[in-house]
Design a protein around this ligand. Structure first.
Ligand SMILES: Cc1cn([C@H]2C[C@H](O)[C@@H](COP(=O)(O)OP(=O)(O)O[C@H]3O[C@H](C)C(=O)[C@H](O)[C@H]3O)O2)c(=O)[nH]c1=O
Length: 175
């Protein structure tokens, strides 16, 4: 795999290096050693799947508050999504900046999101499924959120959401 840095420190796109033969392809999607060699201390604790029926479903943007902070590796298992991370670390040179990456099942690419960043996505196809590798147990009530169109972040989404939860629609402005 190729770990490609983004404009936000610690947010890394993981590009697949498929090994093809007459039967098809073999793709490594995570490796502790390769991540560690890139300075990413990431050991998954739980794996989840997010199934999204309608095109332009938006989930997020979420982050977990300490001590429940999560590092997560997100990949698309079906369809495609526009995946976004926002830097919420006040001491970071990219504080309040965002990056967006198109994740597709066909490319097998992924986005690594470290502590201190919010994550969200907009599905670009019907039946877009995401896999999350997360390095902490799920702790209900520890999630906080940013609103997708909060002017404080100016995220350039490819489209407005057609489907969004009330909770995600109503996150307050961050001023
Ligand atoms: C996140 C999570 C949820 N759940 C249960 C709780 C609810 O009964 C149901 C849906 O939860 P929620 O509406 O919080 O799911 P999303 O809105 O997709 O939340 C996720 O969306 C954004 C984009 C993220 O990056 C996070 O992974 C996560 O916050 O699954 C669990 O059982 N385990 C979990 O780890």
């Amino acid at each position: 795999m190729i770990l490609r840095p983004t404009a936000i420190a610690g947010v890394v796109e993981v590009l697949a290096e498929p090994v093809a033969d007459a039967r098809g392809r073999f793709i490594r999607t995570w490796c502790a050693d390769e991540f560690a060699a890139a300075g990413l201390d990431f050991r998954p604790h739980q794996v989840s799947i997010s199934e999204n029926r309608a095109r332009h479903t938006l989930r997020g943007l979420h982050f977990q508050v300490a001590p429940a902070e999560e590092r997560k590796l997100i990949r698309c298992l079906r369809g495609a999504v526009f995946d976004v991370a926002v830097d919420l670390r006040p001491d970071s040179p990219s504080y309040r900046c965002w990056v967006g990456v198109e994740l597709t099942a066909a490319q097998h690419n992924a986005l690594f999101v470290p502590h201190g960043c919010a994550h969200g996505f907009l599905s670009l196809t019907e039946d877009a499924w995401l896999e999350y590798l997360i390095d902490a147990p799920y702790r209900p009530g520890t999630a906080r959120g940013l609103r997708w169109n909060d002017p404080a972040f100016g995220i350039a989404w490819p489209a407005a959401p057609a489907v969004i939860s009330d909770r995600d629609r109503d996150w307050p402005d961050h001023g």
